[in-house]
Design a protein around this ligand. Structure first.
Ligand code: ATP
Length: 252
């Protein structure tokens, strides 16, 4: 099954984003003119450690300001969801309350927020864990709660910052497929996913396009289209050819 990908229906535009951090009079240029049009698609951002990938996601989410350039969300009232690398759940709240809290902050009543939270906990298979506390959950389950919490905001754009890298390999692989399935089945509001990753394999397994960044300050070294049907077979010659292309870009 393939998602009806529409990369021409632009949802998000990045226009010449620049960012320099200044600390103790030292200047660290991190993003050096990032421009990209993003449609209804899954985009992976791949680049060396410390090049500025997280900073770009934070700028898109409005958590950080660029020095110059613009983030333009082309769809009216489009919300943005964010999944961080490690689960950031509040330990004194139950699973249900953790997912409901951002909805409450967005103006829903507790009852409405909890109903919505239940819906998304069911989508990630955690319907029977709503009264559990984070400490009672495995790492994979906590990250599922994080996924539910981001989806429950009903975003059009989902940003994910190395969402699987803190998980054991089997759990990570299961969650990768689950997130892809939820997106492809169209059971969520998400149209566009942007994921930061260190993993060439993960990028090719999941994304429609892979944007490779240079070492800091990040510029776009190249963009690789992944036109392989899903679920993708890592052992196929086409998968391996793409791996070679991406590695060439990384080491260019
Ligand atoms: N608020 C900040 N103040 C000062 N320096 C910062 C700040 N945030 C990030 N940096 C620095 O900017 C650089 C880029 O950081 P960023 O987290 O965006 O990189 P990254 O590509 O996501 O790295 P990694 O792959 O290791 O997670 C790093 O050297 C980091 O230390």
């Amino acid at each position: 099954m393939e998602v009806p990908k529409n990369s021409r229906n632009i949802i998000l535009e990045l226009r010449n984003i620049e960012k320099t951090f200044v600390e103790d009079s030292r200047r660290l240029k991190v993003l050096d003119g990032i421009s990209l049009d993003i449609g209804e698609e899954f985009v992976a951002i791949l680049g060396p450690s410390g090049c500025g990938k997280t900073t770009l996601l934070r700028i898109i989410a409005g958590l950080e300001k660029p020095d110059s350039g613009e983030v333009i969300v082309r769809q009216e009232n489009a919300r943005i969801g964010f999944i961080f690398q490690s689960p950031t759940l509040l330990p004194w709240m139950t699973v249900l309350e953790n997912v409901a809290l951002p909805l409450r902050v967005n103006g829903l009543s507790w009852e409405e927020a909890k109903d919505r939270a239940r819906k998304y906990l069911t989508l990630v298979g955690l319907q029977s864990f709503e009264d559990f506390y984070p400490r009672e959950l495995s790492g994979g389950m906590k990250q599922r709660v994080n996924v539910a919490r981001a989806l429950a905001v009903e975003p059009a754009i989902l940003l994910m910052d190395e969402p699987f890298s803190a998980l054991d390999p089997l759990t990570a692989e299961t969650l990768r497929s689950e997130v892809l399935d939820l997106w492809m089945w169209g059971v969520t509001t998400v149209k566009t996913i942007m994921m930061v990753t260190h993993s060439v394999d993960e990028a090719i397994f999941m994304a429609d396009r892979i944007v490779v960044f240079t070492p800091r300050p990040a510029r776009i070294a190249g963009i690789v289209e992944v036109n392989l049907p899903r679920p993708r077979d890592r052992r196929s010659p086409d998968f391996q050819k793409l791996e070679d292309r991406v590695y060439e870009l990384i080491s260019a």
